[in-house]
Design a binder for this molecule. Structure first.
Ligand SMILES: Nc1ncnc2c1ncn2[C@@H]1O[C@H](COP(=O)(O)OP(=O)(O)O)[C@@H](O)[C@H]1O
Ligand SMILES: [Mg+2]
Length: 287
């Protein structure tokens, strides 16, 4: 492949709805202490600047395939900036630029000829505030597949049902798929946004404080979903909620002032951190 197009691996055929996870990975970097797990997303000496301000500083990390990685750290430490770098959402911000290497399945995400639309199909995102389109529930979920050229009504229906089921929303909305999504509750909207992300069969799902606008019950539902999606997807979640990080993640990355201070299994980071700053943060001494 000469032009870097970030195509799905050869031989993977689309099924209607989430669940296809048989694609081979260009598994290279093994994760220390993680046995056979391979890295899905890696950063090497990766930095992001907003003009003169270096918001992410020389980060090196290997995010394992099929696991949940939590990014924690005080406000303004670069968590969202790093997360958005993974599917190049920062490209939309004037003056923002990246340095160093960031890879998805071993491919350089910032390669000049990269197909950013294809990248964002493989790396989906759920934001802090649910942001459904002011369209029907059906059209929200069918949006991505339609952009991919899928027109067949029955096929779209299959994808919508699969995706809403995977996002644990199907039973609540199956009789009103034509209703405007804006009328759903906040928690339902966030699950809809997750269904919308799942509908294009991403490999990686980025979540930026996905529960911070939700009540405890809706938060618990999202956490349950993360648990269910684990294994089938690589999930990277930014959270300011330490309990949430401890509950949902396999790996935890602690960022401070733009730098990755510590990265390891969630158990180790929370019970036996190797850095004093990590310990101070998780024990609530600052942040
Ligand atoms: N769109 C932006 N334009 C300029 N600076 C930004 C922008 N977004 C974030 N920053 C700056 O980058 C740094 C990291 O921000 P952010 O990634 O949002 O941190 P966090 O998500 O950890 O709270 C902060 O200094 C913030 O002011
Ligand atoms: Mg943030």
């Amino acid at each position: 492949m000469d032009a870097f197009t970030l195509q799905r691996p050869m031989g993977s055929t689309r099924q209607d709805g989430p669940g296809r996870r048989d694609a081979p990975r260009a598994a290279d970097a093994a994760i220390p202490g993680q046995g056979a797990s391979a890295a899905h997303v890696t950063a090497e000496e990766f930095s992001i600047y907003y003009g003169q301000n270096q918001a992410v500083k020389n980060v090196c990390i290997a995010i394992p395939t099929g696991q949940v990685t939590a990014i924690i750290g005080p406000s303004g430490c670069g968590k969202s900036t790093f997360l958005r770098a993974i599917n190049r959402m920062n490209d939309l911000i004037p003056g923002c630029r990246a340095e160093g290497l960031l890879t998805l399945d071993g491919q350089d995400v910032y390669a000049p000829r990269l197909d950013v639309v294809a990248l964002r199909t493989r790396v989906g995102m759920v934001f802090q505030r649910p942001n459904p389109f002011p369209k029907s529930i059906f059209d929200n979920v069918a949006y991505g597949p339609r952009l991919q050229g899928i027109r067949d009504r029955a096929r779209l229906q299959g994808i919508v049902e699969h995706s809403l089921t995977a996002a644990a929303l199907w039973d609540e909305v199956k009789d009103r798929l034509g209703d405007n999504a804006v009328g759903l509750s906040g928690g339902q909207q966030q699950r809809l946004c997750l269904a919308r992300a799942l509908a294009v069969e991403p490999e990686v799902i980025l979540m930026d404080e996905p529960c911070s606008a939700l009540d405890p019950r809706s938060t618990a539902r999202i956490e349950d979903l993360i648990e269910e999606l684990r294994g089938d997807y690589t999930i990277v979640i930014v959270t300011h909620n330490m309990q949430q990080a401890a509950r949902v993640s396999d790996m935890t990355a602690f960022f401070y002032e733009g730098a990755l201070i510590e990265f390891g299994s969630t158990r180790d980071v929370f019970t036996n951190p190797s850095e004093k700053r990590t310990e101070d943060y998780i024990t609530g001494r600052f942040g």
